[in-house]
Design a protein around this ligand. Structure first.
Ligand SMILES: [Zn+2]
Ligand SMILES: [Zn+2]
Length: 346
């Protein structure tokens, strides 16, 4: 075991505080990463506060991790000391089920192993990226191209892939009209990626407060959902709607915006069930879908795509001592557009 500095919470109601955690010895297939930056995802907050179910404490969260390879195990072939790498939302899976074999490890039939608060296949509880170092199996370590600014790369590992995967799967591209609901951490990446894929992009946000930002990120149109006229004006207008909002929405209104064979895909997850009026799906043969992060192969493809197209998240870099304050600001939607912790301050 190696002891490293980290930020952890002692209970669901405790703030995150500096402490130390243990990382396993570097095994033959492992990569030891000196963490440089860790993004703050809304999921971190839900998980560490026990809002998505019971978790073991003390807990360190963080699943948007970039850093430099410090050591590799004897059998590692994909990564070398000094490489710039990333780790996202999962660090293991069964690798044998049909979904794993298809490169969709996020949908592992035995459940993928999340980067934190999950039981790893060796029985240990995973601890996340708000720490100095992490040890990860090489198959779950991504290459982070040099073209992506180091301090901005971390949010791609969750927010980036979570939006890239559905855009890719449902063929966002030239001639396609894509709406992005919500312009937060996920939404702003969805706008940038959909625009780079060549789609016509519309932001549907509660207000027009962030309109200038959205247009600068590549949106072609920007509408306020607080204005009922928006839903009349855009009726039957989109091939794909990516919903990044985790608050409950009136689905009937949004599904009504889909054109023939259009799909609305949720990447935000409201805790309560959403009622759906099936008749709304009959019109235009509409689909309502969900999507969860992306596989390792697709995550690498996303990183390479972002490097090629000069796409990076908008970030606010913070010191570790500001994590608790940053959480409150995330909950108040007061972040443009992702907090990233400078791991040197942990
Ligand atoms: Zn996340
Ligand atoms: Zn599997």
């Amino acid at each position: 075991m190696t002891t490293v500095r980290a930020y952890a919470a002692a209970s669901a109601t405790s703030p995150l505080e500096p402490t130390t955690i243990d990382r396993r010895e570097v095994g033959p297939r492992d990569v030891l990463i000196d963490i440089a930056y860790a993004g703050i995802c809304h999921s971190d907050i839900h998980t560490i506060r026990g809002e998505w179910g019971e978790v073991a404490y003390p807990l360190t969260v963080g699943h948007e991790i970039v850093g430099t390879v410090a050591e590799v195990g004897s059998d590692v072939t994909r990564h070398a000391v000094g490489d710039r790498v990333g780790v996202g939302c999962m660090v293991n899976s069964c690798r044998e089920c049909e979904n794993c074999l298809a490169g969709e490890e996020q949908y592992c039939l035995e459940g993928n192993v999340g980067t934190y608060a999950n039981v790893d296949r060796d029985g240990s509880i995973t601890q996340g990226g708000y720490s100095q170092k992490v040890v990860v199996d090489e198959d779950f370590v991504l290459r982070v191209p040099e073209a992506i600014p180091y301090e901005k790369a971390a949010p791609l590992l969750c927010a980036g892939i979570t939006t890239y995967s559905p855009l890719h799967h449902w063929n966002a591209g030239p001639g396609k009209k894509v709406a992005v609901v919500g312009l937060g951490g996920l939404g702003h990446m969805a706008v940038k990626i959909a625009h780079a894929m060549g789609a016509e992009v519309t932001v549907l946000s509660q207000s027009l407060r962030k309109k200038d930002d959205g247009l600068a990120m590549g949106a072609d149109h920007y509408y306020a959902t607080s204005d009922p006229e928006t839903f009349r004006a855009l009726k039957n207008g989109f091939d794909l709607i990516v919903n990044t909002v985790s608050a409950p929405l009136d689905l009937k209104q949004y599904l009504g915006l889909l054109s023939l064979d259009g799909t609305m895909v949720n990447v935000g997850a409201p805790p309560e069930p959403l009622p759906i009026q099936v008749f709304t799906l009959f019109s235009n043969r509409r689909s309502f879908a969900g999507s969860s992060i992306g596989g390792i192969r697709e995550t690498q493809e996303m990183l390479d795509f972002c490097a090629e197209h000069g796409i990076a998240p908008e970030v606010e870099l913070i010191d570790a001592a500001q994590i608790n304050e940053a959480y409150e600001r995330v909950l108040a939607s007061d972040v443009r557009y992702r907090f990233v912790i400078d791991a040197a301050t942990i």
